[in-house]
Ligand binder design. Structure first.
Ligand code: HDE
Length: 719
């Protein structure tokens, strides 16, 4: 279901609200002329002298104005474009003169007379930012259309063909063209060994070389050169009928070139010749103009052209497919800020509005993969589309979040879909279940759909549920109950239990009861967008391998065992346990009321590692409480100790009580030795030497099981 009208209205309102909030701040803003300030608006009292200790002393660290000024200055440069680095741009508009409804559904190509704002950047392919304008080179002709349906970038050139056919060869071409890596020469010129070495080995470059060696490579003015989209694109009208399209910009002033000798001299006399020419013409009100002319080719006709339309080293002769003039491009405003506009403008051939599509041209396809990363690296992060020059004029409802240099201020909690929180209604943006669309090259089917079997969402969830142990199932129920109890919106809790009804009805019911949801309704879930009623059948019902309980591993190395002691502790059996644990590489940690030592019943000093009040049973895997009347009495009177033992018991851990320490289990209803020993993971020992071997064996075996989930009524244990 496509995004609902109600949802877009809501988003538009949210955007207005955000804008209004900003305006509230703007209401306090004052004009930015006047006294010099820091970027934070604090008045600068002296912009000439730094703060120092005495007139001849060192600078002071508290001169934050100087520090900020230098810190910003040091970071003024950003990486130049990998290619097309030298260039400049201007603002203007595109006006449609011939509506194109029969070819494309693109809104701005349907309404004659409508003016679409544009920003155009002209550039040189080869040279660095500081090179000369007039060198022999291909020129970039990149146009950003700020349409009401989003930004469309037509990132073309002043020649209709390119040097390579496949994106894979583009980095090689550029490496060959750029200054040679060992000595960094020559700048901004194709006249050197590596370029001609590469070109001579790449016969596909021959056509582009003809253009590069022609007068087209030496334009008299950017205003006097034609532009080309180079690749075949594809128009699709409202009925889905496709046409291949090639874009042409035809300069109103005609096509004029410099002589090679002139170009060379001008490069020395005025390296900015072409950008100055554009700037001056616009300042003088002589706004440069181009006609947009289209070569429209029905898909059926493409095959009869005599060459492959998707090959970017081929042009379509105008005599074969006459270009149709459909509008004009006018540049009428110079940028205010070269860096913020010409330098930060970010083009991307994949930014296409509905009704314009790309094709399988292998060079174009590669371009689609390249530009995003390039802009992120150049402009410092993922939010470059929020820079003023790149911002669309239509509403933006993207769910992209955060990232360096974010300037948009979002609204509310929802930055994902599907969602129901923002509107109260369920919103899901997907294309439904349409049949796959033919690809632009007319051969392959392209689709966002997954294979049918992917529509089964529940069979393996049930399989998992059926495979785990009862204790694990209880924990799953508890986890759902706990998580959903934190969810404040009843409809969300209900949706989850309705979904769970497809997994297991008992699970769903138990969760529903605990979170105040109505009886789970599997049908309600199945009726929801995004749900598919498909249940695959596995040849087996359960998989014991999935149960955690069946994966206890080997040994008890590194397990942490707490030993709770107090003065008067009897250590006979404890010593045997400690020795066995040490041999198995488990750790024994002694806890008492205080850190230090306690006296044993035999009068020896026993080292204490941690105090009971600063520790807790959750930090250990098992607990041992050795006997000794005085020791047990002291522990019974210690709230921390009792909580420790009972909590370990409640959490299913191995609890070992020796001699009279059994008394400490009385509050659990386990004061009787036999009853206590019958409980899984409760080890009842004695201090007499003959019983120690068994005690040690039982304890190690219980510890190896890690947890004991079959204890009854654990929920009644107060811990
Ligand atoms: Fe580009 N191109 N390109 N390109 N291109 C870039 O993006 C790339 C190609 C063109 O004024 C980069 O921001 C690959 C053909 C222009 O800002 C980068 C391939 C044509 C501009 C990039 C191509 C172009 C770019 C460099 C082969 C003629 C400058 C910096 C698959 C139609 C736009 C940047 C402006 C910019 C990659 C092929 C034109 C590196 C990988 C063919 C006019 O992303």
């Amino acid at each position: 279901m496509p995004q609902s009208k109600q949802e877009s209205q809501r988003r538009a309102k949210a955007n207005e609200a955000a804008a209004a909030k900003l305006k509230q701040l703007e209401a306090f803003a004052e004009p930015s002329e006047g006294a010099l300030t820091t970027p934070d608006g604090i008045a600068v009292t002296d912009n000439h002298g730094s703060l120092r200790a005495g007139t001849r002393g060192p600078l002071l660290a508290e001169d934050f104005f100087l520090r900020d000024k230098l810190a910003h200055f040091e970071r003024e440069r950003i990486p130049e474009r990998v290619v097309w680095a030298r260039g400049a741009g201007a603002h203007g508009y595109f006006e449609l003169t011939r509506p194109l409804g029969e070819y494309t559904s693109a809104g701005f190509l349907n309404d004659a007379g409508v003016r679409t704002p544009v920003f155009v950047r002209f550039s040189n392919l080869t040279g660095s930012q500081g090179s000369a304008d007039t060198v022999r080179d291909m020129r970039g002709f990149a146009v950003k259309f700020y349409t009401r349906e989003g930004n469309w970038d037509l990132v073309g050139a002043n020649m209709p063909v390119f040097f390579v056919q496949d994106a894979m060869k583009f980095p090689d071409l550029v490496h060959a063209l750029k200054p040679e890596p060992h000595h960094g020469m020559p700048q901004a010129s194709s006249a050197h060994d590596t370029f001609w070495d590469f070109a001579s080995l790449m016969p596909e470059s021959t056509h582009a070389l003809m253009w590069l060696m022609s007068d087209r490579a030496l334009p008299r003015s950017w205003r006097m050169m034609d532009g080309f989209g180079v690749h075949a694109f594809r128009f699709v009208n409202a009925h889905g009928v496709p046409h291949f399209v090639k874009f042409h910009w035809k300069a109103r002033l005609g096509r004029h070139a410099l002589l090679q000798a002139e170009a060379r001299r001008i490069a020395g006399l005025d390296a900015d010749f072409l950008r100055r020419d554009l700037w001056d013409a616009i300042e003088q009100g002589c706004f440069p103009e181009w006609e947009l002319a289209l070569q429209l080719i029905p898909e059926a006709k493409a095959a009869s052209l005599g060459f492959d339309l998707l090959d970017p080293t081929k042009l379509v002769p105008e005599e074969l497919v006459p270009p149709l003039v459909v509008g004009k491009l006018v540049l009428n405003r110079n940028p205010d800020d070269f860096f913020a506009e010409s330098e930060q403008v970010a083009f991307h051939p994949g930014r296409l509005v509905p009704g314009i599509e790309f094709t399988g041209d292998p060079l174009l396809q590669g371009r689609l993969m390249s530009y995003t990363g390039s802009q992120m690296a150049r402009l410092g992060g993922p939010n470059y589309a929020q820079l003023p020059i790149n911002r669309p004029v239509c509403p933006v409802h993207a769910f992209h979040r955060d990232g360096a240099h974010r300037t948009a201020i979002g609204q509310g909690a929802v930055s994902y879909e599907p969602s129901s929180l923002a509107t109260g209604a369920e919103v899901r943006v997907d294309g439904g279940r349409e049949a796959p669309q033919p690809h632009a090259n007319g051969v392959e089917a392209r689709t966002r759909l997954r294979a049918n079997e992917f529509d089964d969402h529940f069979s393996q969830a049930s399989f998992f549920w059926n495979s785990v142990s009862p204790a694990e199932r209880d924990h799953i129920v508890g986890a759902f109950q706990h998580e959903l109890a934190q969810v404040r919106v009843p409809a969300i809790r209900q949706r989850v239990v309705d979904n769970l009804a497809h997994v297991d009805s008992r699970l769903a019911r138990k969760v529903a009861e605990a979170v105040g949801a109505a009886a789970p309704d599997a049908k309600a879930a199945a009726g929801r967008a995004g749900f598919r009623e498909l249940r695959l059948k596995l040849p087996i019902e359960t998989s014991p391998a999935l149960a955690m309980e069946n994966g206890n591993g080997h040994g008890i190395a590194t397990r942490r065992v707490a030993v709770l002691v107090a003065p008067g502790v009897e250590v006979g059996a404890l010593r045997a346990l400690q020795q066995a644990l040490e041999e198995a590489r488990a750790r024994c940690i002694l806890l008492a009321e205080r850190i230090g030592s306690v006296a044993t019943a035999a009068g020896q000093q026993l080292q204490v590692d941690e105090s009971l009040c600063s520790s807790a049973s959750v930090l250990f895997d098992a607990v041992i409480v050795p006997g000794g009347a005085a020791c047990v009495e002291a522990l019974a009177a210690n709230g921390h100790a009792m909580h420790f033992i009972h909590e370990a018991f409640k959490h299913g851990k191995t609890v070992c009580v020796i001699g009279d320490a059994l008394k400490l289990l009385e509050p659990l209803g386990l004061g009787d030795a036999q009853a206590a020993a019958a409980v899984a993971g409760v080890i009842v020992g004695r201090n007499d030497p003959p019983s120690r071997v068994q005690l040690v064996q039982d304890f190690l075996a219980a510890l190896a099981r890690h947890r004991h989930w079959t204890r009854a009524h654990l929920d009644r244990v107060a811990a």
